[in-house]
Design a protein around this ligand. Structure first.
Ligand code: ADP
Length: 216
């Protein structure tokens, strides 16, 4: 479902990705692991179309990213890709349901239908009584689950997560581990996760190991 071919990326003189080829199948939960500075986040940003490689191409669901204009890319991203970051990045002035439905409204979807889907996700994520809570009124684990619901609202083919358990305590980490697999089983989504969380990596269908800008 995702193919990366010959991905190279440099920042100034620093060659961060040195020629990466990889394929990720639909419905896989894949972890990208390796030491700090290996290029994991840079690769995730490129696979997630948030950044462009200096060479190579990413193909997602038969669409070559290289061929899309900025406008087409923004639309493609909103419709096909969800993101979860280490720090939830929820909008502080919006409550849970408003944060979750925002990408759907940006995609021009019906508000009532989007709220219905958001409520379903909230209940799946055991957050049904948190609908009108703002981020400051939620625990760390709850905020991260709201961020996951937001990532899933447009039913993306793939969710990219960068250190999603990095800011959580061990109990919330364990819960999130289970959740990724429950979500994959329920919604058939593909998850690509950059993580230092070795337990999560070991639970994954596959670990992609990176070092010095290469996949090992
Ligand atoms: P990892 O996620 O494996 O820790 P990163 O992809 O974050 O690695 O970073 C790899 C290298 O690229 C690091 O040396 C980092 O400082 C550098 N780097 C990442 N992003 C940028 C950027 N926008 N500008 C300059 N250097 C960057």
């Amino acid at each position: 479902m995702i193919s990366a071919r010959g991905i190279k990326k440099q920042f100034g003189d620093l060659q961060v990705l040195k020629g990466i080829d990889l394929d990720i199948n639909s419905g896989e939960v894949v972890s990208i692991v390796g030491p700090s500075g290996a290029g994991k986040t840079t690769l995730l940003q490129i696979l997630g179309t948030l950044d462009k490689p200096n060479a190579g191409d990413v193909i997602i669901n038969n669409t070559s990213i290289r061929d899309l204009s900025e406008k087409e890319l923004a639309q493609f991203r909103n419709e096909n890709i969800g993101f979860v970051f280490q720090f939830h990045q929820l909008l502080p002035e919006f409550n849970a349901i408003e944060n979750i439905t925002l990408p759907a409204l940006i995609a021009g979807k019906n508000k009532a239908k989007s709220e219905e889907k958001a409520r379903y996700l909230l209940s799946f994520l055991q957050l049904n009584n948190r609908e009108t809570h703002k981020p400051a009124e939620l625990s760390g684990g709850e905020k991260q689950r709201v961020a996951i619901a937001r990532a899933l609202i447009n039913n993306p083919a793939v969710v990219f997560a960068d250190e999603p358990t990095g800011s959580l305590d061990s109990q919330n980490q364990e819960e999130l581990h289970k959740l990724f697999f429950q979500l994959r089983d329920e919604f058939k989504q593909t998850f690509v996760i950059v993580t230092h969380d070795l337990h999560l990596a070991h639970l994954s269908d596959r670990e992609i190991k990176m070092k010095d800008g290469f996949v090992l």
